[in-house]
Write a protein that binds this ligand. Structure first.
Ligand SMILES: [Zn+2]
Ligand SMILES: [Zn+2]
Length: 138
């Protein structure tokens, strides 16, 4: 069982699924929402994700694709915690920096590299998509 939470500790969650692969998103919305080069995420089935404490706030916005992305964050400290698409509720995308322990995890894919900041590091040899791949929600 993996656990994680926000900076102040008001929101806590548990993940009952193995996580080994992380995906980095360099889209401009993730840059704004995190204040950094983008987001690094664990894509997991919603059934394996459970909030164990607190209730995050939600910010929803439409992507270029027309799909709605709901971003959940702590209303007290502002930590981005996870996101979920309205159209794909079966998947949750957890911000990896909120995990208590990331042992054995690594970034295996980068998406939206066409909008990557020049100072956003992309390790050589990782899979890169210029935009949104067909696969799961960002
Ligand atoms: Zn917090
Ligand atoms: Zn993004």
């Amino acid at each position: 069982m993996l656990t994680g939470g926000c900076l102040c500790g008001a929101v806590r969650y548990a993940i009952d699924a193995p996580v080994t692969e992380l995906r980095a998103c360099h889209c401009t919305n993730c840059q704004k929402s995190t204040g950094t080069a983008g987001s690094v995420n664990a894509v997991i089935p919603s059934a394996a994700f459970k909030l164990t404490q607190g209730a995050p706030n939600r910010y929803s916005s439409k992507a270029d694709s027309g799909r709605t992305l709901n971003r959940y964050f702590c209303g007290d400290c502002g930590s981005p915690i996870y996101s979920q698409r309205t159209e794909t509720p079966e998947t949750v995308v957890v911000r990896a920096g909120t995990l208590d322990d990331s042992s054995g995890m690594r970034i295996t894919a980068h998406i939206w590299t066409k909008s990557a900041r020049p100072w956003g590091y992309i390790a050589p040899g990782t899979t890169q998509h210029p935009g949104q791949p067909d696969a799961p929600a960002r």
